[in-house]
Design a protein around this ligand. Structure first.
Ligand SMILES: [Zn+2]
Length: 395
């Protein structure tokens, strides 16, 4: 790797230059807010900054030395990456992990970088506890806060940060990334569109996920043609998918831990192991919910496309599911806009239920049964579910 590769932050205009120049000058603000949608390069930017500040070969980071390598892998003792466990960052995490990490001297290198993912998910008590730490920053300590929605954070936090704005990726960059990830050429356009600005989303499609997408989006047709029994079958399929995903996550986690040994030999610092292990446990715990959310996201984007296809039958402009225009039109014709809007509403509500961690399997089953009822012919006496809820919230 080179310094250019270290600072390769696609689609984030100017951000690499700002951070690199600050590191070279040794004049780094003690807190930065990375504003923008999650997963578009914030983690890479934080790791590059940690490398740039601690690399002994070249100010700004050489990209090639041992320190740079470990930073890029997220396995450097003075780089801390915090993420919420569950729905929000807890005050105990702030008091017992974040603030002590900030006040101890760097375990290796000169600078500590403390990167908080989803910083807009601090609950109020956690935000107050954190504010104290932010007011009295120890020297050579840099806080990086990923903030998708600044309205969720107290102004007193954001106003103490230097703000950098991250952007969603454009289609062209996503196509290139899809190619880099080995997604087959015939599938790249679909993958790039479905990613909706997020390179992280492409990871799911690279790992065979487009077959899953194609199965998910076929649900309305199957319900219509094969009957309600498909609802329970589809819920079971989603559960199997989640299990597959957890198993894949476990295997990847094992590889990552084994990789730490390569970086450090036998003497991996304990807190580096702990940090990586905690992240892996968290990702594994979240992978079931993420798999089920993915089912809903695929259906939601399909319903949105069906609405578009129904409204403008001659045009495929703006569609995400570009490879299935005929099927979209068939669903649009069979269901009509009112039922599609209700389907969207049911899906949005089910997504919220999953986020609250309500009985996930049951929530999905109930949703699919509601969708099955929707696909019945309108002459049926059965009331259409979701009717009591006025106003679809489909984007
Ligand atoms: Zn270096």
């Amino acid at each position: 790797m080179s310094t250019a590769a270290l600072w390769r932050l696609p689609e984030q205009e100017g951000i690499a230059e700002v951070l690199r120049a600050a590191a070279v000058a040794g004049q780094v603000s003690h807190a930065w807010a990375f504003l923008g949608p999650p997963g578009v390069g914030q983690r890479e930017a934080g790791r590059a900054l940690a490398a740039a500040l601690n690399c002994a070969v070249e100010p700004g980071g050489c990209g090639a030395c041992d320190v740079c390598h470990r930073c890029v892998r997220g396995a450097f003792p003075s780089l801390w990456e915090f993420a919420p466990v569950g729905a929000a960052h807890r005050v105990a995490d702030v008091r017992e992990q974040w603030l002590p990490a900030a006040s101890h001297s760097a375990m290796e290198g000169d600078w500590k970088v403390l990167h908080v993912a989803d910083a807009d998910r601090l609950n109020e008590a956690a935000a107050n506890a954190f504010l104290k730490g932010l007011e009295e920053p120890p020297p050579r300590t840099v806080w990086l806060l990923d903030v998708a929605d600044p309205g969720e954070l107290p102004d007193t936090i954001v106003s103490r940060c230097r703000v950098l704005r991250f952007s969603p990726w454009g289609l062209e960059a996503l196509r290139a990334e899809a190619a880099r990830l080995g997604i087959a050429e015939a599938d790249r356009e679909l993958a790039a569109r479905l990613a909706q600005g997020s390179p992280r989303a492409l990871g799911r499609f690279a790992a065979g996920g487009l077959d899953d997408v194609r199965r998910h989006r076929d649900l309305l047709r199957r319900l219509r043609e094969e009957g309600q029994g498909v609802a329970l079958l589809a819920a079971r399929e989603a559960d199997d998918e989640a299990k597959r995903r957890i198993a894949a996550q476990k295997a990847a986690g094992k590889d990552e831990l084994a990789g730490l040994g390569e970086l450090y030999g036998d003497a991996v610092p304990r807190h580096v192991v702990k940090q990586v292990e905690e992240r892996l446990v968290r990702e594994e715990r979240e992978s079931r919910a993420a798999a089920l959310q993915a089912v809903l996201d695929d259906l939601l984007s399909w319903v949105r496309d069906a609405l578009l296809a129904g409204a403008a039958p001659q045009s495929a402009a703006g569609l995400l599911h570009v490879d299935a225009v005929d099927a979209l039109r068939a669903d649009a014709a069979a269901l009509g806009p009112a039922k599609l809007l209700r389907a969207g509403d049911l899906l949005v509500r089910a997504k919220e239920d999953l986020e609250l961690n309500l009985q996930q399997g049951l929530a999905l089953e109930a949703l699919f049964l509601d969708l099955a009822a929707l696909t019945l012919p309108s002459s049926s006496a059965r009331p259409v579910p979701g009717e009591r809820r006025a106003g679809a919230r489909l984007r």
